[in-house]
Design a protein around this ligand. Structure first.
Ligand SMILES: NC(=O)c1ccc[n+]([C@@H]2O[C@H](COP(=O)([O-])OP(=O)(O)OC[C@H]3O[C@@H](n4cnc5c(N)ncnc54)[C@H](OP(=O)(O)O)[C@@H]3O)[C@@H](O)[C@H]2O)c1
Length: 302
């Protein structure tokens, strides 16, 4: 990818987008950032644009990273929330394809990195899940399928499309790890439900490195699990976090309490996905933080 051609990012203000922007800025890549909110660029090389400007943003860009979507985890899923979770993602994918379609072929980006999630696979107990595994049939799996399908029209336009099935991205500044830190630091953390559900986690630095590889390397194509090679059951993850914080992790949160708090919205915490990054392995992607204890030590020293 030419350093001078811009990259377009939707959902760029979020946890992953903020880190991806920093990584791309560091390589001198100009950024066109699509947001629902009017924003003033405070970093050189960044231009914030509205969704209505997407066709203009796409023209002459090297690539698009489509991350936008209503937050999923840690909230009650009312019918309205469920509709927004789904519609925000499907309409973002459709808007990307519509923008590509009106762009002359010679000015069209070559690459689309489309976000998805390991929720694609549903809840699958101890089964090893790689990119060839069947999708699940619950609500989140259906959302992920519709999300992935929403931008498949890009391929007909000759755009290389990589679908990043993202696991739990661990970063101290946001997402799941940040939510877990407060109870664990107070010594009231513990496993969720029976703790047997597999958690496909990834250190945020590896998540960004893998997204950059997807942008740069044309061998990445189709679905790719964006998670570490070492998924762990929730009970082991919990013990590792307790060790990293030098706190006990002995107060489990039973499934009924999570259901009382979040209803169906507890699914992301209780579902089991033993997902492995088979495509990344095949392409010889080097994980900086493949093991959880060392990854947590690194994340929490900052
Ligand atoms: N972080 C993870 O562990 C993880 C795991 C699996 C999948 N993913 C997926 O990867 C993507 C990026 O993750 P993230 O952690 O960076 O998410 P995030 O922090 O929640 O950011 C998502 C971005 O999407 C935009 N957005 C939010 N609600 C929207 C709506 N209703 N319509 C259109 N845009 C909306 C927001 O940008 P503006 O406010 O600027 O419009 C926001 O900055 C998300 O789609 C997420 O579901 C993340």
């Amino acid at each position: 990818m030419s350093a001078a051609a811009p990259v377009v990012i939707t959902g760029a203000s979020g946890l992953i987008g903020t880190r991806l922007r920093a990584a791309l800025r560091a390589r001198g890549t100009p950024l066109r950032l699509i947001s629902r909110a009017a924003r003033i660029a405070d970093e050189a090389g960044e231009e914030w644009l509205a969704w209505a400007d997407l066709p203009r943003a796409v023209r002459g860009a090297a690539a698009i990273v489509n991350l936008a979507g209503e937050p999923v985890a840690g909230r009650r899923w009312t019918a309205a929330v469920k509709a927004t979770i789904r519609d925000s993602r499907v309409s973002a994918g459709q808007a990307v394809v519509a923008a590509l379609r009106v762009t002359p072929a010679e000015q069209r980006p070559r690459t689309l990195v489309q976000a998805s999630a390991v929720g694609y696979y549903g809840s699958r107990g101890d089964a090893l899940l790689d990119e060839t595994s069947e999708p699940g049939d619950d609500y989140l799996a259906e959302v992920c399928r519709a999300w992935e399908d929403s931008s498949c029209g890009a391929e007909e336009l000759g755009v290389r499309r990589v679908t990043a099935r993202i696991g739990l991205v661990l970063a101290p500044e946001g997402g799941a790890l940040r939510k877990m830190l407060a109870p664990f630091r107070l010594g009231v953390g513990g496993r969720l439900g029976d703790g047997r559900q597999w958690m496909p986690w990834i250190h945020a630095d590896d998540a960004i490195a893998m997204l950059l590889a997807m942008l740069d390397d044309p061998r990445w194509n189709g679905p790719g699990n964006l998670c570490s090679p070492d998924p762990l059951p929730n009970s082991e993850f919990t013990r590792a976090l307790g060790r990293a914080l030098h706190r006990p992790a002995v107060l489990p949160m039973p499934e009924f309490a999570l259901r009382l708090l979040l209803g169906e919205g507890a699914d992301p915490l209780l579902q089991s996905q033993r997902a492995v990054p088979a495509l990344a392995r095949r392409l010889d992607f080097r994980f900086g933080h493949p093991a959880l204890d060392a990854a947590l030590a690194d994340l929490l020293k900052r």
